[in-house]
Ligand binder design. Structure first.
Ligand code: AQP
Length: 326
């Protein structure tokens, strides 16, 4: 039987190179090998305050990005999380399986809570359980994500194992798929932090929809390490990060990349990186603009129908096992 993958991204801001290289790129690569479900996780988005009208726009924009980077709706199911009610329903049941102590250990929660100490919502705390529900509803084998989701994946596995132990075999226990290179693209302004949509400094983050001018400026301003050599070296995180981006975008081997930059300076690295990024993003940006509202609605409707069918079967089993269906 074909194995399944599930993954998603939040429509909370503009998709950046980190999201693409850490996650979306692998979704595209894996979709022909696996039965694939790609979700726009708008229920996760509202764990921090969102403007309602903008959330609608951003949800549709993110769906366009999925398609423009190469998710093929003929083979993959693309849908919006809030369209499939089973996500919220299973979250409630799993809330009664997950432990407070487990959620209190989640580093993403701790980081985000630190940034907004006044208005921490219950939803933000519960974010990993909603993510577990997303994944487990589809009896997922593999979850392609960036490194920042590793801990959430572990929790998903723990919750599935505990449910299966207490109520009988119900959920497939999923594995994470975290790429060796690209799983943690760092901020261009501060290579000790991951590239992030919610970064206060817009220069740290190259967006998929940035124009050529913005891309050039951002790479030009990127911080570098001391020294002059241009080679892959984790102890020099700024240059290593720029080289990883170059390597992933051009698909040249690490050796080829090092050969290309041998004897050259940082200005050349930044200039070449801007150039390949602009060229790489141009057709993606063009496709985003070409997708009509009608096409998008049709793809999301079809995605909802397919997702619902599978989600319903899992939820019915869960209700039966837990004594919720009479
Ligand atoms: N810097 C990154 N490098 C590699 N992968 C990354 N991902 C996120 N940042 C990087 C991966 O992108 C996928 C979608 O992420 P998300 O939309 O769920 O948001 P996030 O993980 O919270 O990422 P952001 O952009 O940093 O948003 P904020 O600032 O709101 O926290 C995931 O698979 C993620 O691992």
């Amino acid at each position: 039987m074909t194995k399944r993958i599930f993954s998603g991204a939040q429509p909370t801001g503009n998709v950046h190179l980190g999201n693409y290289l850490g996650a979306l790129r692998n979704w595209v690569a894996l979709q022909h090998e696996y039965e694939s479900f790609f979700c726009i996780v708008n229920l996760h988005a509202i764990t921090v305050a969102q403007d309602p009208a903008q959330l609608v726009e951003k949800t549709r924009d993110l769906a366009r990005i999925y398609l423009a980077v190469g998710i093929d709706p003929q083979v993959s199911t693309v849908f919006v999380q809030s369209d499939v009610k089973e996500h919220a329903e299973l979250t409630w049941v799993l809330n009664c399986i997950a432990r407070m102590s487990e959620l209190e250990r989640m580093t993403q929660y701790k980081d985000k809570a630190r940034k907004q100490q006044e208005n921490i919502t219950v939803g933000l705390f519960d974010y990993p359980v909603l993510m577990a529900a997303d994944i487990l509803l589809y009896q997922t084998d593999l979850v392609p994500v960036g490194d920042d989701q590793r801990q959430h994946l572990e929790l998903t596995r723990d919750v599935a194992i505990r449910f299966n132990r207490d109520y009988g075999e119900t959920f497939k226990v999923p594995d994470a798929y975290i790429p060796k290179i690209g799983a943690r693209i760092m901020s261009l302004s501060d290579p000790s932090k991951k590239m992030s949509k919610s970064d206060d400094d817009p220069n740290g983050c190259v967006l998929l929809m940035d124009d050529a001018d913005a891309i050039q400026k951002k790479f030009k301003r990127a911080v570098t390490d001391s020294g002059t050599e241009i080679r892959f070296d984790e102890s020099r995180p700024a240059i290593n990060n720029l080289l990883e981006i170059y390597h992933l975008i051009t698909r040249k081997s690490q050796q080829e990349v090092e050969d290309h930059f041998a004897g050259k300076g940082y200005a050349q690295l930044k200039g070449d990186l801007a150039e390949v990024t602009i060229e790489f993003l141009r057709p993606i940006q063009q496709r985003v603009r070409e997708i009509t509202d009608e096409q998008l609605d049709a793809i999301l409707d079809q995605g909802r129908e397919k997702a619902e069918q599978i989600a319903r079967v899992t939820l019915e089993q869960v209700f039966k096992r837990t004594g919720l269906s009479l």
